[in-house]
Design a binder for this molecule. Structure first.
Ligand code: HEC
Length: 149
């Protein structure tokens, strides 16, 4: 019983504190974008030929991008975490005014990621063409919803 109470207390502590939660969301979303960029870099290097093509590594990078694309965005973008309300973010308030469009741009990323996942094992020449739509999906959202540095 004591264990249960302790566990509940720990969970409650972890879950409370609006500020802590906001920071976690901020770190979480930046983390996901950095995972995307890292894996895109791996594939970009192979597409350009600056890194030798490796089917397993290409597949792993594409799989990771698909995995991130499956993360639902609502918990990472709580209301009030825009760049007018808090520091250290480039998320524009327009995200929350156009939430359905933001989610649809995220879904476009998922579609492009799946295309890349299929192409990744197909050899060096297959990667570049499949990266185009993915890069386009990143850019479409950044141009609209990410503030310039
Ligand atoms: C649906 C919208 C959306 C899509 C799709 C998207 N991004 Fe972003 N990205 C954002 C927003 C909004 C921010 C700003 C987050 C913040 O500062 O809180 C951001 C920030 C970033 C950052 C900076 C992270 C940091 O540490 O501050 C990187 C890197 C990034 N994105 C890479 C990518 C890559 C690569 C892709 C595509 C594979 C991608 N993004 C797709 C919306 C998107």
């Amino acid at each position: 019983m004591k264990k249960v109470i302790t566990a509940v207390a720990v969970l409650a502590t972890l879950a409370t504190g609006a500020l802590a939660e906001e920071n976690r969301a901020l770190e979480g979303r930046k983390g996901q974008f950095n995972i995307l960029a890292l894996n895109l870099g791996v594939l970009g290097g192979m597409a350009k030929g600056s890194v030798p093509y490796d089917a397993a590594a290409a597949q792993a990078a594409a799989d990771s991008i698909v995995g991130v694309s499956m993360v639902h965005q609502a918990t990472l973008f709580p209301e009030g975490s825009d760049n007018m309300s808090i520091d250290e973010t480039r998320a524009q308030p327009s995200i929350w005014e156009n939430w359905a469009d933001f989610e649809s741009k995220w879904a476009d990323l998922g579609t492009a990621a799946k295309g890349l996942q299929t192409a990744a094992a197909g050899g060096q020449e297959a990667i570049g063409p499949a990266m185009g739509p993915l890069g386009g999906a990143c850019k479409a959202c950044h141009d609209t919803y990410r503030a310039p540095e």
